[in-house]
Design a protein around this ligand. Sequence first.
Ligand code: SAM
Length: 275
Amino acid sequence: MAKKTGLAEGYIHGFTKDEQDRLYQQARVHEEVIFPQIDFGSAKSIIEVGSGVGAQTKILLERFPHLNIQCVDASKTQVARARQELENEMKSGRVKIDAGDALHLKYKDNAFDGAFICWLLEHVQNPVEILEEVKRVLKSGGVIYCNEVFNATFYVHPYSPATLKYWFEFNDQQWSLKGDPFVGGKLANYLMEAGFQNVSTKVLTHQYDNRMPKKRAAFIDYWTGLLLSGAKGLIDVGRVTPAIVKEMTRELQTLKDDPNSVIFYSWILARAEVY
Ligand SMILES: C[S@@+](CC[C@H](N)C(=O)[O-])C[C@H]1O[C@@H](n2cnc3c(N)ncnc32)[C@H](O)[C@@H]1O
């Protein structure tokens, strides 16, 4: 019998060079909201699960210069790019990068002081089992941070029907691939089910309106790229037409130029401990 996999049945964003570059941009877009909430000050070694191209790893290394990081990601393509980007940090011994499924980590029990997971659990089909596996490799007293999407929270003004239709199909496609675009809302339950303790969550938000027009425009650009990262796949399976993609792109451009527009998105950062 084939070994059980933690991977969903498809990956909505794909693995192109443009998509890899988008992940680096994305990490910086969220950095100022996410990282003030992260404290690995007393950890020496952490595991980053679903580390992708190493975009969050770079930020972790900058913000916690004492940390050693073990990265693991299921995609050999992403791992190859991460190894290229983090070559110096690998040479200096601060980072190790392995290809592997989060459901079957090859590390010993009680190996790490902490774990960092970012935008991973939306792409897996058995999040609780993956969290149990991560817990296994954490020492007693270890801390885990999980930063995950909660796609029910997206809002734009003025009303943008093509964007909302596309967003529904984007999320529904991920759901049908056995991922979960709403996983953030369930994170606390999942961490508790996996046996973590002292579980806490924060709702983090990007909320842009007339108070910060430049940030609003930059965020709309980022958001347009995020939505378009799924366009080819959604067109290929017949969920959206090229006309919808074009109309969505036009709507988002209009939003960017509209002096009264609003864009809002929230997600969940959870923290928990192992005892
Ligand atoms: C959206 S990317 C996020 C990457 C990185 N954490 C970041 O924020 O830039 C999700 C990553 O999860 C990886 N992934 C999906 N399922 C996985 C699994 N079961 N085990 C390990 N990695 C997995 C994918 O290969 C992809 O690189």
